[in-house]
Design a protein around this ligand. Structure first.
Ligand SMILES: CCC/C=C/C(=O)SCCNC(=O)CCNC(=O)[C@H](O)C(C)(C)COP(=O)([O-])OP(=O)([O-])OC[C@H]1O[C@@H](n2cnc3c(N)ncnc32)[C@H](O)[C@@H]1OP(=O)([O-])[O-]
Ligand SMILES: NC(=O)C1=CN([C@@H]2O[C@H](COP(=O)(O)OP(=O)(O)OC[C@H]3O[C@@H](n4cnc5c(N)ncnc54)[C@H](OP(=O)(O)O)[C@@H]3O)[C@@H](O)[C@H]2O)C=CC1
Length: 296
C-alpha cells in the first residue's frame, strides 16, 4: 500500500515477530526499508524467521535488516536488553509494535490463578512494560515515537471463554488512549488495531482447535464471509507506524470484515428465506391496512 522506501531510516521493534501476524508485518516493514528488531521467548524461532526474511527472493535491494533477540516481555531486564542492543545496531528506535500474546479458549471457572495470570502478564504487563521502557527512552532523548498495539475486537465488546485475554487487551486499549493524551506533547503517538480472525498457527491451535474447528468456523458470522489476509493487516500496521498517520493518535482501527456488527438486533434475519419474506411482507402490509382503517 505504501510507496517503496516509505519506512527507510526507521527502526521498529516487533514483539512476537518470529511467528504469525508479527512475522507478516515484519516482512512488509523490511520491504518498505525499515530495520526491525524481532523479539520473543524462543531464540531458535526468531533466528529461523530472520534467516527466512533476509533471504527472500523478492527482497528489494534497499530492504531493511532484521535483528533477532530473545526476550520474555514479562521481564523488564530483558526488555532493556532489546532496547540497548537495537540502539547499538541501528542507532535509534522509532516505533514499537506490541504484538506478543498468549491466549486459549476455556470456561473461566476451569482456570487456575496461574493460568489467568499467565495470559494477563504476557498481554497487559508485557505491553505496558515495553511501552514504558521505550517511552522513557524517547522522552529522555527528545525523539518522537509511535506505539502500535495489536488488540482484538473483544477488547471493547468483551467475550466469554477468553476472559483473561479480554481483560488484558481491554487494559492495553485504555492505556493506548490514556498515554496518547499524556505523551502527545512529546511527539509520541499510540494507536491500536483490533483484528478479527486472521489464520495463524498460534491462534488456530488455541482458539479454533480440532475437533471443534468446523463448528466454530468464524467465517459464518463475518458479513464479508471470509477471514482476513495477512497482507491486509500488514498494510494497516505499516500505515499506522509510518509518518503518513502523523495526526492519528489514541485511535483503534477495527479490521474484521464486519464481524463486530453481529450484535445488530435484526442481523439474524439473514436466515429468513425469500418465500418467508413474501409471507412476512403480506403480513406487515395487512397490519398497515388494518391500522389505517382504525384511524378512519
Ligand atoms: C479471533 C482470534 C483472537 C486471537 C487472539 C490471540 O491472542 S491469538 C494468540 C495465540 N498465541 C499464543 O497464545 C502463543 C503463546 N501461547 C503460549 O505459549 C501458551 O498458550 C500459554 C499462553 C499457556 C503460555 O504457556 P506457558 O508455557 O508460559 O504456560 P504453562 O504451560 O505453564 O501454562 C500456564 C498455566 O495455564 C494453564 N493452561 C494452559 N492451557 C490451558 C487450557 N487449555 N485450559 C486451562 N488451563 C490451561 C496451565 O495449566 C498453567 O496453569 P497451572 O496448571 O500451572 O495452574
Ligand atoms: N490471529 C488472529 O486471528 C488474531 C490475533 N490477534 C493478536 O495478534 C497478535 C499475534 O497473534 P498471532 O500471530 O495470531 O499468534 P502467534 O502465536 O503467532 O503470536 C504470538 C507471539 O507472541 C510471542 N510471545 C508469547 N508469549 C511471549 C512472552 N512472554 N514474551 C515475548 N513474546 C511472547 C510468541 O513467541 P514465543 O512463543 O517465541 O514467545 C509469538 O510469536 C496477538 O497480539 C494476538 O492477540 C488479535 C486478534 C485476532
Amino acid at each position: 500500500m505504501l510507496r517503496d522506501g516509505a519506512m527507510r531510516g526507521k527502526t521498529i521493534i516487533v514483539t512476537g515477530g518470529g511467528t504469525g501476524l508479527g512475522k507478516s508485518i515484519t516482512r512488509y516493514l523490511l520491504q518498505l526499508g525499515a530495520n526491525v528488531t524481532i523479539c520473543s521467548r524462543r531464540q531458535a524461532v526468531l533466528d529461523e524467521t530472520a534467516r527466512e526474511l533476509m533471504s527472500e527472493p523478492d527482497r528489494p535491494a534497499d530492504a531493511g535488516e532484521v535483528l533477532a533477540i530473545q526476550c520474555d516481555v514479562r521481564n523488564p531486564a530483558e526488555i532493556e536488553q532489546v532496547i540497548s542492543q537495537t540502539i547499538e545496531k541501528f542507532g535509534k528506535i522509532d516505533g514499537l509494535l506490541n504484538n506478543s500474546a498468549g491466549n486459549f479458549i476455556s470456561p473461566t471457572e476451569r482456570l487456575s490463578y496461574k493460568a489467568f495470570d499467565t495470559i494477563v502478564d504476557i498481554v497487559l504487563r508485557g505491553t505496558y512494560y515495553f511501552t514504558l521502557a521505550v517511552g522513557k527512552y524517547w522522552i529522555e532523548n527528545s525523539i518522537p515515537g509511535v506505539v502500535l498495539n495489536i488488540s482484538t475486537t473483544y477488547a471493547s465488546t468483551g467475550s466469554g471463554y477468553v476472559v483473561p485475554s479480554a481483560v488484558a487487551k481491554g487494559g492495553a486499549l485504555i492505556m493506548t488512549k490514556s498515554l496518547a493524551a499524556e505523551w502527545g506533547k512529546y511527539g509520541i503517538r499510540l494507536n491500536a488495531i483490533a483484528p478479527g480472525p486472521f489464520p495463524t498457527k498460534g491462534a488456530w491451535d488455541r482458539l479454533f482447535p480440532e475437533p471443534l474447528a468446523s463448528v466454530m468456523d468464524p467465517t459464518k458470522r463475518i458479513p464479508l464471509k471470509r477471514v482476513g489476509e495477512h497482507g491486509e493487516l500488514a498494510n494497516l500496521a505499516a500505515y499506522l507506524l509510518s509518518d503518513y498517520s502523523g495526526f492519528i493518535t489514541g485511535e483503534t482501527v477495527t479490521i474484521d470484515g464486519g464481524e463486530v456488527l453481529a450484535a445488530g438486533e435484526f442481523n439474524h434475519l439473514e436466515q429468513v428465506s425469500s418465500e418467508q419474506w413474501d409471507m412476512i411482507e403480506q403480513s406487515i402490509k395487512q397490519a398497515n391496512r388494518a391500522s389505517k382503517k382504525e384511524g378512519q
